[in-house]
Design a protein around this ligand. Structure first.
Ligand code: HEC
Ligand code: HEC
Ligand code: HEC
Length: 458
Protein backbone atom coordinates (compact mmCIF):
# COMPACT_ATOMS: atom_id res chain seq x y z
CA UNK A 1 0.00 0.00 0.00
CA UNK A 2 1.10 3.56 -0.66
CA UNK A 3 1.80 5.80 2.29
CA UNK A 4 -1.15 7.99 1.37
CA UNK A 5 -3.48 5.00 1.53
CA UNK A 6 -2.15 3.91 4.91
CA UNK A 7 -2.65 7.38 6.30
CA UNK A 8 -6.15 7.47 4.83
CA UNK A 9 -7.05 4.14 6.45
CA UNK A 10 -5.60 5.23 9.79
CA UNK A 11 -7.50 8.49 9.67
CA UNK A 12 -10.67 6.56 8.89
CA UNK A 13 -10.07 4.24 11.82
CA UNK A 14 -9.58 7.19 14.17
CA UNK A 15 -12.77 8.79 12.88
CA UNK A 16 -14.76 5.59 13.31
CA UNK A 17 -13.33 5.07 16.79
CA UNK A 18 -14.16 8.68 17.67
CA UNK A 19 -17.73 8.24 16.48
CA UNK A 20 -18.15 4.97 18.35
CA UNK A 21 -16.66 6.59 21.46
CA UNK A 22 -19.05 9.52 21.21
CA UNK A 23 -22.02 7.24 20.58
CA UNK A 24 -21.12 5.08 23.57
CA UNK A 25 -20.90 8.18 25.73
CA UNK A 26 -24.42 9.32 24.88
CA UNK A 27 -26.48 10.22 27.96
CA UNK A 28 -29.19 7.72 29.03
CA UNK A 29 -32.47 7.72 27.05
CA UNK A 30 -34.89 10.54 27.81
CA UNK A 31 -37.86 8.25 28.40
CA UNK A 32 -36.24 6.91 31.57
CA UNK A 33 -37.03 8.59 34.88
CA UNK A 34 -34.46 11.03 36.22
CA UNK A 35 -33.57 8.47 38.88
CA UNK A 36 -33.04 5.67 36.37
CA UNK A 37 -30.88 7.92 34.22
CA UNK A 38 -28.66 8.82 37.18
CA UNK A 39 -28.35 5.16 38.11
CA UNK A 40 -27.35 4.31 34.55
CA UNK A 41 -24.67 7.01 34.56
CA UNK A 42 -23.21 5.52 37.76
CA UNK A 43 -23.44 2.02 36.29
CA UNK A 44 -21.69 2.90 33.06
CA UNK A 45 -19.29 5.20 34.89
CA UNK A 46 -17.84 2.26 36.78
CA UNK A 47 -18.41 4.10 40.05
CA UNK A 48 -18.90 0.81 41.90
CA UNK A 49 -15.52 -0.45 40.70
CA UNK A 50 -13.72 2.07 42.92
CA UNK A 51 -16.35 3.08 45.47
CA UNK A 52 -17.63 -0.10 47.08
CA UNK A 53 -16.39 -2.56 49.66
CA UNK A 54 -16.11 -5.54 47.31
CA UNK A 55 -15.80 -4.26 43.78
CA UNK A 56 -16.12 -6.44 40.71
CA UNK A 57 -12.76 -6.07 39.04
CA UNK A 58 -12.27 -5.49 35.33
CA UNK A 59 -10.48 -8.09 33.18
CA UNK A 60 -7.18 -6.22 32.98
CA UNK A 61 -6.88 -6.46 36.74
CA UNK A 62 -5.07 -9.73 36.07
CA UNK A 63 -2.31 -7.91 34.19
CA UNK A 64 0.87 -6.82 35.98
CA UNK A 65 1.31 -3.04 36.54
CA UNK A 66 -2.32 -2.39 35.60
CA UNK A 67 -3.41 -4.27 38.71
CA UNK A 68 -1.22 -2.15 40.98
CA UNK A 69 -2.50 1.13 39.54
CA UNK A 70 -6.07 -0.11 39.72
CA UNK A 71 -5.68 -1.35 43.30
CA UNK A 72 -4.40 2.07 44.34
CA UNK A 73 -7.41 3.79 42.78
CA UNK A 74 -9.80 1.36 44.43
CA UNK A 75 -8.19 1.84 47.82
CA UNK A 76 -8.19 5.62 47.75
CA UNK A 77 -11.56 5.73 45.97
CA UNK A 78 -13.28 3.61 48.63
CA UNK A 79 -11.47 5.54 51.37
CA UNK A 80 -12.93 8.77 49.97
CA UNK A 81 -16.45 7.61 49.18
CA UNK A 82 -18.78 4.61 49.35
CA UNK A 83 -21.44 4.86 46.63
CA UNK A 84 -23.35 1.69 47.54
CA UNK A 85 -25.93 3.24 49.92
CA UNK A 86 -26.76 5.92 47.33
CA UNK A 87 -27.19 3.42 44.49
CA UNK A 88 -29.34 1.26 46.71
CA UNK A 89 -31.53 4.22 47.67
CA UNK A 90 -31.90 5.11 43.99
CA UNK A 91 -32.85 1.56 43.08
CA UNK A 92 -35.44 1.23 45.88
CA UNK A 93 -36.74 4.82 45.72
CA UNK A 94 -35.79 5.55 49.33
CA UNK A 95 -34.47 8.92 50.47
CA UNK A 96 -30.72 9.00 49.91
CA UNK A 97 -28.19 10.68 52.20
CA UNK A 98 -28.00 14.33 51.19
CA UNK A 99 -24.25 14.19 51.83
CA UNK A 100 -23.87 11.47 49.19
CA UNK A 101 -26.03 13.48 46.80
CA UNK A 102 -23.86 16.59 47.33
CA UNK A 103 -20.69 14.58 46.77
CA UNK A 104 -21.70 13.08 43.43
CA UNK A 105 -23.19 16.39 42.32
CA UNK A 106 -19.85 18.09 42.98
CA UNK A 107 -17.74 15.55 41.04
CA UNK A 108 -20.31 15.74 38.21
CA UNK A 109 -20.08 19.56 38.09
CA UNK A 110 -16.29 19.27 37.89
CA UNK A 111 -16.53 16.24 35.53
CA UNK A 112 -13.85 14.79 37.78
CA UNK A 113 -15.20 11.22 37.93
CA UNK A 114 -14.45 8.75 36.55
CA UNK A 115 -10.89 9.86 35.87
CA UNK A 116 -9.34 9.87 32.38
CA UNK A 117 -7.30 6.72 32.84
CA UNK A 118 -10.56 4.91 33.51
CA UNK A 119 -12.82 6.38 30.83
CA UNK A 120 -10.20 6.11 28.10
CA UNK A 121 -10.19 2.34 28.64
CA UNK A 122 -13.86 1.93 29.51
CA UNK A 123 -15.62 3.56 26.63
CA UNK A 124 -18.99 5.01 27.49
CA UNK A 125 -18.04 5.86 31.05
CA UNK A 126 -16.89 9.47 30.61
CA UNK A 127 -18.79 12.20 32.47
CA UNK A 128 -19.90 14.40 29.57
CA UNK A 129 -21.62 17.78 29.88
CA UNK A 130 -24.98 16.13 29.13
CA UNK A 131 -24.54 13.54 31.90
CA UNK A 132 -23.30 16.13 34.34
CA UNK A 133 -26.42 18.20 33.67
CA UNK A 134 -28.66 15.22 34.42
CA UNK A 135 -26.99 14.65 37.78
CA UNK A 136 -27.05 18.32 38.74
CA UNK A 137 -30.74 18.62 37.79
CA UNK A 138 -31.56 15.49 39.78
CA UNK A 139 -29.71 16.76 42.88
CA UNK A 140 -31.50 20.12 42.83
CA UNK A 141 -34.92 18.58 42.24
CA UNK A 142 -34.34 16.07 45.00
CA UNK A 143 -33.45 18.76 47.54
CA UNK A 144 -36.51 20.86 46.77
CA UNK A 145 -38.72 17.81 47.34
CA UNK A 146 -36.77 16.32 50.22
CA UNK A 147 -36.53 19.38 52.44
CA UNK A 148 -39.87 21.01 51.59
CA UNK A 149 -38.87 23.99 53.76
CA UNK A 150 -39.42 27.69 53.25
CA UNK A 151 -36.38 28.35 51.04
CA UNK A 152 -37.20 30.64 48.12
CA UNK A 153 -37.85 28.84 44.84
CA UNK A 154 -34.59 30.11 43.30
CA UNK A 155 -32.67 28.73 46.30
CA UNK A 156 -34.59 25.45 46.62
CA UNK A 157 -31.65 23.52 45.14
CA UNK A 158 -29.04 24.80 47.60
CA UNK A 159 -27.19 22.23 49.71
CA UNK A 160 -27.51 24.46 52.82
CA UNK A 161 -31.05 24.81 54.24
CA UNK A 162 -32.78 27.31 56.53
CA UNK A 163 -33.58 26.44 60.16
CA UNK A 164 -37.36 26.32 60.71
CA UNK A 165 -38.89 29.08 62.85
CA UNK A 166 -40.02 26.68 65.52
CA UNK A 167 -40.04 23.04 66.56
CA UNK A 168 -43.05 21.42 68.18
CA UNK A 169 -42.43 20.59 71.82
CA UNK A 170 -44.32 19.88 75.03
CA UNK A 171 -44.03 23.12 77.05
CA UNK A 172 -44.28 21.47 80.48
CA UNK A 173 -41.57 18.94 79.68
CA UNK A 174 -39.40 21.74 78.26
CA UNK A 175 -39.64 23.60 81.58
CA UNK A 176 -38.72 20.47 83.50
CA UNK A 177 -35.83 19.81 81.13
CA UNK A 178 -34.61 23.39 81.48
CA UNK A 179 -34.45 22.97 85.25
CA UNK A 180 -32.61 19.64 85.02
CA UNK A 181 -30.19 21.06 82.47
CA UNK A 182 -29.16 23.76 84.94
CA UNK A 183 -29.23 21.52 88.02
CA UNK A 184 -25.89 20.71 89.65
CA UNK A 185 -27.51 17.87 91.60
CA UNK A 186 -26.93 15.70 88.54
CA UNK A 187 -23.26 15.68 89.55
CA UNK A 188 -21.71 13.71 92.40
CA UNK A 189 -20.82 16.73 94.56
CA UNK A 190 -23.49 19.17 93.36
CA UNK A 191 -21.00 21.41 91.54
CA UNK A 192 -21.47 20.74 87.83
CA UNK A 193 -24.54 20.99 85.59
CA UNK A 194 -24.95 20.56 81.85
CA UNK A 195 -24.79 24.34 81.64
CA UNK A 196 -21.33 24.37 83.24
CA UNK A 197 -19.90 23.17 79.94
CA UNK A 198 -22.74 24.21 77.62
CA UNK A 199 -23.78 27.60 78.99
CA UNK A 200 -26.57 29.04 76.87
CA UNK A 201 -25.16 32.56 77.25
CA UNK A 202 -21.82 31.43 75.78
CA UNK A 203 -23.27 29.87 72.63
CA UNK A 204 -23.68 26.45 74.27
CA UNK A 205 -19.93 25.85 74.64
CA UNK A 206 -17.22 26.62 77.21
CA UNK A 207 -14.61 28.00 74.75
CA UNK A 208 -12.00 25.70 76.28
CA UNK A 209 -9.90 23.13 74.46
CA UNK A 210 -11.08 20.48 76.92
CA UNK A 211 -13.92 20.93 79.37
CA UNK A 212 -13.53 20.81 83.12
CA UNK A 213 -15.78 18.48 85.07
CA UNK A 214 -16.04 17.86 88.81
CA UNK A 215 -12.87 18.81 90.74
CA UNK A 216 -11.43 20.39 87.60
CA UNK A 217 -10.89 17.07 85.83
CA UNK A 218 -10.33 17.35 82.08
CA UNK A 219 -11.78 15.27 79.25
CA UNK A 220 -9.92 14.53 76.04
CA UNK A 221 -12.15 16.08 73.40
CA UNK A 222 -13.62 19.52 72.63
CA UNK A 223 -17.23 20.20 73.67
CA UNK A 224 -19.57 20.89 70.73
CA UNK A 225 -22.49 23.28 71.13
CA UNK A 226 -25.95 22.16 72.21
CA UNK A 227 -27.59 24.75 69.93
CA UNK A 228 -29.12 22.99 66.91
CA UNK A 229 -27.79 19.64 68.16
CA UNK A 230 -31.24 18.22 67.46
CA UNK A 231 -30.35 18.37 63.75
CA UNK A 232 -27.42 15.96 64.15
CA UNK A 233 -28.13 12.43 62.90
CA UNK A 234 -26.33 11.07 65.98
CA UNK A 235 -24.63 12.74 68.95
CA UNK A 236 -20.96 12.97 70.02
CA UNK A 237 -17.93 13.15 67.74
CA UNK A 238 -17.94 9.37 67.45
CA UNK A 239 -21.72 9.08 67.18
CA UNK A 240 -22.09 6.82 70.20
CA UNK A 241 -25.49 8.28 71.19
CA UNK A 242 -28.38 7.77 68.79
CA UNK A 243 -30.62 10.46 70.31
CA UNK A 244 -30.37 13.53 72.52
CA UNK A 245 -31.94 11.52 75.35
CA UNK A 246 -29.30 8.78 74.96
CA UNK A 247 -26.69 11.50 74.96
CA UNK A 248 -28.03 13.08 78.16
CA UNK A 249 -27.57 9.78 79.99
CA UNK A 250 -23.81 10.00 79.42
CA UNK A 251 -22.41 13.07 81.26
CA UNK A 252 -24.07 12.47 84.66
CA UNK A 253 -22.19 9.17 85.07
CA UNK A 254 -19.03 10.14 83.19
CA UNK A 255 -16.24 10.05 85.80
CA UNK A 256 -14.50 13.20 84.50
CA UNK A 257 -17.70 15.15 83.85
CA UNK A 258 -20.43 14.89 86.52
CA UNK A 259 -19.16 11.65 88.11
CA UNK A 260 -22.39 10.46 89.73
CA UNK A 261 -22.14 6.76 90.46
CA UNK A 262 -25.64 5.83 89.27
CA UNK A 263 -28.94 7.34 88.19
CA UNK A 264 -30.42 5.91 91.41
CA UNK A 265 -28.15 8.27 93.32
CA UNK A 266 -29.39 11.24 91.23
CA UNK A 267 -33.03 10.16 91.50
CA UNK A 268 -32.70 9.93 95.31
CA UNK A 269 -31.47 13.53 95.41
CA UNK A 270 -34.21 14.84 93.11
CA UNK A 271 -36.87 12.91 95.06
CA UNK A 272 -36.15 15.15 98.06
CA UNK A 273 -37.31 18.16 96.03
CA UNK A 274 -41.10 18.59 96.19
CA UNK A 275 -41.26 20.50 92.91
CA UNK A 276 -39.51 17.69 91.02
CA UNK A 277 -41.71 14.99 92.58
CA UNK A 278 -44.90 16.84 91.68
CA UNK A 279 -43.76 17.83 88.20
CA UNK A 280 -42.46 14.37 87.23
CA UNK A 281 -45.62 12.75 88.59
CA UNK A 282 -47.85 15.10 86.64
CA UNK A 283 -45.98 14.50 83.37
CA UNK A 284 -44.96 10.83 83.54
CA UNK A 285 -46.93 7.85 84.83
CA UNK A 286 -43.81 6.37 86.46
CA UNK A 287 -42.49 9.58 88.07
CA UNK A 288 -38.77 10.25 88.42
CA UNK A 289 -36.77 7.71 86.37
CA UNK A 290 -33.63 7.86 84.29
CA UNK A 291 -35.67 7.62 81.08
CA UNK A 292 -37.93 10.50 82.15
CA UNK A 293 -35.02 12.70 83.22
CA UNK A 294 -33.29 12.27 79.86
CA UNK A 295 -36.58 12.60 77.98
CA UNK A 296 -37.24 15.99 79.60
CA UNK A 297 -33.69 17.17 78.87
CA UNK A 298 -34.09 16.15 75.23
CA UNK A 299 -37.38 18.02 75.03
CA UNK A 300 -35.66 21.14 76.37
CA UNK A 301 -32.74 20.77 73.94
CA UNK A 302 -35.20 20.61 71.06
CA UNK A 303 -36.00 24.26 71.76
CA UNK A 304 -32.34 25.27 71.32
CA UNK A 305 -32.62 26.30 67.68
CA UNK A 306 -31.24 29.49 66.18
CA UNK A 307 -33.33 30.51 63.14
CA UNK A 308 -33.27 33.80 61.20
CA UNK A 309 -29.55 34.12 60.58
CA UNK A 310 -28.74 36.50 57.75
CA UNK A 311 -27.88 33.50 55.61
CA UNK A 312 -31.30 31.96 56.23
CA UNK A 313 -32.95 35.24 55.26
CA UNK A 314 -31.00 35.09 52.01
CA UNK A 315 -32.10 31.48 51.47
CA UNK A 316 -35.67 32.63 51.93
CA UNK A 317 -35.19 35.14 49.13
CA UNK A 318 -33.97 38.34 50.81
CA UNK A 319 -31.14 39.26 48.41
CA UNK A 320 -30.08 42.24 50.51
CA UNK A 321 -29.36 40.07 53.56
CA UNK A 322 -25.82 39.29 52.36
CA UNK A 323 -22.97 41.44 51.02
CA UNK A 324 -21.20 40.61 47.76
CA UNK A 325 -18.19 39.25 49.69
CA UNK A 326 -20.38 37.00 51.80
CA UNK A 327 -22.09 35.57 48.74
CA UNK A 328 -18.69 34.99 47.14
CA UNK A 329 -17.64 33.24 50.34
CA UNK A 330 -20.61 30.90 50.00
CA UNK A 331 -19.75 30.25 46.35
CA UNK A 332 -16.19 29.35 47.41
CA UNK A 333 -17.62 27.14 50.15
CA UNK A 334 -19.40 25.15 47.45
CA UNK A 335 -16.60 25.28 44.88
CA UNK A 336 -14.03 23.93 47.36
CA UNK A 337 -16.18 20.94 48.34
CA UNK A 338 -16.97 22.26 51.83
CA UNK A 339 -20.68 21.88 51.06
CA UNK A 340 -20.23 18.18 50.29
CA UNK A 341 -19.71 17.43 54.00
CA UNK A 342 -21.20 20.52 55.65
CA UNK A 343 -24.70 20.20 54.19
CA UNK A 344 -28.30 20.64 55.30
CA UNK A 345 -29.90 22.64 58.08
CA UNK A 346 -26.90 22.40 60.41
CA UNK A 347 -24.16 22.45 57.73
CA UNK A 348 -22.96 19.13 59.09
CA UNK A 349 -24.12 16.48 61.53
CA UNK A 350 -25.33 14.18 58.75
CA UNK A 351 -22.35 11.89 58.18
CA UNK A 352 -19.01 10.64 59.46
CA UNK A 353 -16.07 11.93 57.47
CA UNK A 354 -12.38 11.24 57.41
CA UNK A 355 -10.26 13.93 59.06
CA UNK A 356 -7.31 14.28 56.70
CA UNK A 357 -8.95 13.18 53.46
CA UNK A 358 -6.41 15.05 51.28
CA UNK A 359 -3.41 15.30 53.59
CA UNK A 360 -2.40 13.46 56.75
CA UNK A 361 -3.78 15.68 59.51
CA UNK A 362 -2.53 13.63 62.44
CA UNK A 363 1.02 13.28 61.11
CA UNK A 364 1.21 17.06 60.63
CA UNK A 365 -0.31 17.87 64.02
CA UNK A 366 2.81 16.63 65.76
CA UNK A 367 1.00 15.64 68.97
CA UNK A 368 0.78 12.08 70.17
CA UNK A 369 -2.30 10.24 68.95
CA UNK A 370 -5.01 9.92 71.59
CA UNK A 371 -7.86 7.46 71.98
CA UNK A 372 -10.26 10.26 70.93
CA UNK A 373 -8.38 10.74 67.64
CA UNK A 374 -9.70 7.35 66.54
CA UNK A 375 -13.17 8.88 66.16
CA UNK A 376 -15.86 6.53 64.91
CA UNK A 377 -13.40 3.62 65.04
CA UNK A 378 -13.78 3.62 68.85
CA UNK A 379 -17.35 2.37 68.38
CA UNK A 380 -17.06 0.05 65.38
CA UNK A 381 -13.46 -1.26 65.46
CA UNK A 382 -13.64 -1.07 61.66
CA UNK A 383 -10.36 0.12 60.17
CA UNK A 384 -12.20 2.26 57.61
CA UNK A 385 -13.71 4.28 60.48
CA UNK A 386 -10.40 5.30 62.02
CA UNK A 387 -10.14 9.12 62.19
CA UNK A 388 -13.71 9.51 60.93
CA UNK A 389 -15.76 12.01 62.91
CA UNK A 390 -19.34 13.15 62.87
CA UNK A 391 -19.08 16.36 60.85
CA UNK A 392 -19.65 19.29 63.22
CA UNK A 393 -22.44 21.72 62.34
CA UNK A 394 -21.31 25.24 61.43
CA UNK A 395 -24.23 27.26 62.76
CA UNK A 396 -23.02 30.10 65.06
CA UNK A 397 -19.48 28.85 64.43
CA UNK A 398 -17.92 32.29 65.01
CA UNK A 399 -18.99 31.93 68.67
CA UNK A 400 -17.87 28.36 69.34
CA UNK A 401 -14.05 28.45 69.31
CA UNK A 402 -11.70 26.61 69.70
CA UNK A 403 -12.25 24.26 66.77
CA UNK A 404 -11.90 20.59 65.77
CA UNK A 405 -12.42 17.59 68.03
CA UNK A 406 -9.00 18.25 69.56
CA UNK A 407 -9.67 21.95 70.10
CA UNK A 408 -6.37 22.82 68.42
CA UNK A 409 -7.56 25.69 66.22
CA UNK A 410 -8.18 28.92 68.10
CA UNK A 411 -9.54 31.12 65.33
CA UNK A 412 -12.08 30.56 62.60
CA UNK A 413 -9.49 31.69 60.03
CA UNK A 414 -7.12 28.89 61.10
CA UNK A 415 -9.93 26.34 61.14
CA UNK A 416 -11.04 27.32 57.62
CA UNK A 417 -7.56 27.50 56.13
CA UNK A 418 -6.67 24.06 57.47
CA UNK A 419 -9.99 22.50 56.44
CA UNK A 420 -9.19 23.61 52.88
CA UNK A 421 -5.77 21.94 53.06
CA UNK A 422 -6.70 18.70 54.83
CA UNK A 423 -10.22 18.10 53.50
CA UNK A 424 -10.33 19.81 50.12
CA UNK A 425 -6.69 19.75 49.03
CA UNK A 426 -6.45 23.49 48.27
CA UNK A 427 -4.54 26.37 49.79
CA UNK A 428 -6.82 29.37 50.16
CA UNK A 429 -5.47 32.83 49.45
CA UNK A 430 -5.90 35.33 52.30
CA UNK A 431 -8.70 36.96 50.34
CA UNK A 432 -10.53 33.67 49.77
CA UNK A 433 -10.15 32.69 53.41
CA UNK A 434 -11.56 36.05 54.53
CA UNK A 435 -14.56 35.60 52.25
CA UNK A 436 -15.33 32.09 53.49
CA UNK A 437 -15.06 33.35 57.08
CA UNK A 438 -17.34 36.28 56.22
CA UNK A 439 -19.88 33.78 54.86
CA UNK A 440 -19.61 31.59 57.98
CA UNK A 441 -20.32 34.60 60.18
CA UNK A 442 -23.67 35.07 58.43
CA UNK A 443 -24.75 31.74 59.97
CA UNK A 444 -25.14 33.27 63.44
CA UNK A 445 -28.84 33.13 64.24
CA UNK A 446 -31.37 34.20 66.85
CA UNK A 447 -32.34 32.45 70.05
CA UNK A 448 -35.76 33.25 71.46
CA UNK A 449 -36.02 36.23 69.13
CA UNK A 450 -32.65 37.84 70.00
CA UNK A 451 -29.31 37.57 68.17
CA UNK A 452 -27.24 34.76 69.68
CA UNK A 453 -24.12 36.10 71.38
CA UNK A 454 -21.27 34.76 73.46
CA UNK A 455 -20.49 36.48 76.76
CA UNK A 456 -16.85 35.34 76.43
CA UNK A 457 -16.36 37.45 73.31
CA UNK A 458 -14.64 40.79 73.87
C1 HEC B 1 -10.84 3.99 38.66
C2 HEC B 1 -11.44 4.25 39.95
C3 HEC B 1 -12.57 5.25 40.04
C4 HEC B 1 -13.74 5.27 39.34
C5 HEC B 1 -14.16 4.37 38.19
C6 HEC B 1 -14.54 6.32 39.92
N1 HEC B 1 -13.87 6.92 40.95
FE1 HEC B 1 -14.55 8.37 42.19
N2 HEC B 1 -12.75 8.45 43.16
C7 HEC B 1 -11.67 7.67 42.85
C8 HEC B 1 -10.55 8.09 43.67
C9 HEC B 1 -9.15 7.50 43.62
C10 HEC B 1 -11.02 9.14 44.49
C11 HEC B 1 -10.25 9.93 45.58
C12 HEC B 1 -9.25 10.86 45.04
C13 HEC B 1 -9.86 11.93 44.18
O1 HEC B 1 -10.83 12.56 44.57
O2 HEC B 1 -9.32 12.14 43.09
C14 HEC B 1 -12.41 9.34 44.15
C15 HEC B 1 -13.25 10.25 44.76
C16 HEC B 1 -14.62 10.33 44.54
C17 HEC B 1 -15.55 11.07 45.35
C18 HEC B 1 -15.22 11.80 46.62
C19 HEC B 1 -15.19 13.24 46.42
C20 HEC B 1 -13.87 13.79 46.63
O3 HEC B 1 -13.76 14.99 46.46
O4 HEC B 1 -12.94 13.05 46.95
C21 HEC B 1 -16.77 10.93 44.79
C22 HEC B 1 -18.08 11.53 45.26
C23 HEC B 1 -16.61 10.09 43.62
N3 HEC B 1 -15.29 9.74 43.51
C24 HEC B 1 -17.65 9.71 42.78
C25 HEC B 1 -17.50 8.90 41.68
C26 HEC B 1 -18.57 8.60 40.78
C27 HEC B 1 -19.98 9.16 40.88
C28 HEC B 1 -18.06 7.73 39.84
C29 HEC B 1 -18.77 7.14 38.66
C30 HEC B 1 -19.35 8.10 37.74
C31 HEC B 1 -16.67 7.51 40.19
N4 HEC B 1 -16.36 8.24 41.30
C32 HEC B 1 -15.81 6.65 39.48
C33 HEC B 1 -11.63 6.62 41.95
C34 HEC B 1 -12.65 6.31 41.05
C1 HEC C 1 -17.68 18.54 81.95
C2 HEC C 1 -18.25 19.19 80.82
C3 HEC C 1 -19.56 18.67 80.27
C4 HEC C 1 -20.73 18.49 80.97
C5 HEC C 1 -20.98 18.66 82.43
C6 HEC C 1 -21.71 18.10 79.97
N1 HEC C 1 -21.14 18.05 78.74
FE1 HEC C 1 -22.09 17.73 77.00
N2 HEC C 1 -20.32 17.52 76.07
C7 HEC C 1 -19.10 17.75 76.64
C8 HEC C 1 -18.07 17.24 75.77
C9 HEC C 1 -16.56 17.30 76.01
C10 HEC C 1 -18.74 16.68 74.65
C11 HEC C 1 -18.10 15.93 73.48
C12 HEC C 1 -17.87 14.49 73.93
C13 HEC C 1 -17.70 13.52 72.81
O1 HEC C 1 -18.10 13.80 71.67
O2 HEC C 1 -17.19 12.42 73.06
C14 HEC C 1 -20.15 16.90 74.88
C15 HEC C 1 -21.15 16.54 73.98
C16 HEC C 1 -22.48 16.88 74.12
C17 HEC C 1 -23.50 16.79 73.10
C18 HEC C 1 -23.30 16.29 71.67
C19 HEC C 1 -23.23 17.42 70.69
C20 HEC C 1 -22.76 16.96 69.35
O3 HEC C 1 -22.74 17.78 68.43
O4 HEC C 1 -22.39 15.78 69.19
C21 HEC C 1 -24.67 17.20 73.67
C22 HEC C 1 -26.03 17.29 72.99
C23 HEC C 1 -24.39 17.51 75.04
N3 HEC C 1 -23.05 17.33 75.29
C24 HEC C 1 -25.34 17.85 76.00
C25 HEC C 1 -25.08 17.76 77.36
C26 HEC C 1 -26.09 17.62 78.40
C27 HEC C 1 -27.58 17.56 78.14
C28 HEC C 1 -25.43 17.57 79.59
C29 HEC C 1 -26.01 17.37 80.97
C30 HEC C 1 -26.74 16.14 81.18
C31 HEC C 1 -24.02 17.71 79.31
N4 HEC C 1 -23.86 17.78 77.95
C32 HEC C 1 -23.03 17.79 80.25
C33 HEC C 1 -18.88 18.37 77.85
C34 HEC C 1 -19.82 18.36 78.89
C1 HEC D 1 -14.56 15.49 53.65
C2 HEC D 1 -15.48 16.22 54.48
C3 HEC D 1 -15.18 17.67 54.79
C4 HEC D 1 -14.89 18.67 53.91
C5 HEC D 1 -14.71 18.58 52.41
C6 HEC D 1 -14.78 19.87 54.71
N1 HEC D 1 -15.00 19.60 56.03
FE1 HEC D 1 -14.96 20.94 57.55
N2 HEC D 1 -15.05 19.42 58.88
C7 HEC D 1 -15.14 18.09 58.57
C8 HEC D 1 -14.88 17.30 59.76
C9 HEC D 1 -14.90 15.77 59.85
C10 HEC D 1 -14.61 18.22 60.79
C11 HEC D 1 -14.19 17.87 62.22
C12 HEC D 1 -12.71 17.60 62.20
C13 HEC D 1 -12.12 17.34 63.56
O1 HEC D 1 -12.75 17.68 64.52
O2 HEC D 1 -11.01 16.81 63.65
C14 HEC D 1 -14.74 19.55 60.21
C15 HEC D 1 -14.60 20.74 60.94
C16 HEC D 1 -14.77 22.01 60.39
C17 HEC D 1 -14.74 23.24 61.14
C18 HEC D 1 -14.61 23.36 62.65
C19 HEC D 1 -15.94 23.24 63.32
C20 HEC D 1 -15.88 23.03 64.80
O3 HEC D 1 -16.85 23.38 65.47
O4 HEC D 1 -14.89 22.50 65.32
C21 HEC D 1 -14.92 24.27 60.25
C22 HEC D 1 -14.97 25.75 60.57
C23 HEC D 1 -15.01 23.67 58.94
N3 HEC D 1 -14.94 22.30 59.07
C24 HEC D 1 -15.14 24.37 57.75
C25 HEC D 1 -14.90 23.79 56.50
C26 HEC D 1 -14.62 24.54 55.29
C27 HEC D 1 -14.60 26.05 55.18
C28 HEC D 1 -14.41 23.62 54.30
C29 HEC D 1 -14.00 23.85 52.87
C30 HEC D 1 -12.76 24.57 52.67
C31 HEC D 1 -14.58 22.30 54.89
N4 HEC D 1 -14.85 22.44 56.22
C32 HEC D 1 -14.47 21.11 54.19
C33 HEC D 1 -15.44 17.57 57.31
C34 HEC D 1 -15.22 18.26 56.12
Amino acid sequence: MKRGTILFVLLGAVLVAGTVYTLMNRPPAEDLSRQERVLQIFDKGGCLACHSAEPELPFYFKMPVADKIMQQDIDSGYRAFNIEPLMEALATGEKPSMVDVAKVEQVAIEKRMPMAKYYLVHWGSQMTAAKSEIIVGWARELRAAYYADDAAEVRAGEPVRPIPQSVETDAAKVELGRKLYHDTRLSVNNTVSCASCHDLSTAGVDNKQYSEGVAGQKGGVNAPTVYNALYNFVQFWDGRAATLADQAAGPPLNPVEMASTSFDEIIAKLAKDKWYVETFNSLYADGITQANITNAIEEFERTLITPNSRFDKWLRGDDAALSADEIEGYELFKEYNCATCHVGVNLGGESYELMGLRKHYFADRGLELTEEDNGRYKQTQQERDRHRFKVPGLRNVELTWPYYHDGTRQTLEEAVRDMAIYQSGVELTDEECAKVVAFLKTLTGEFEGKPLTNANMQ
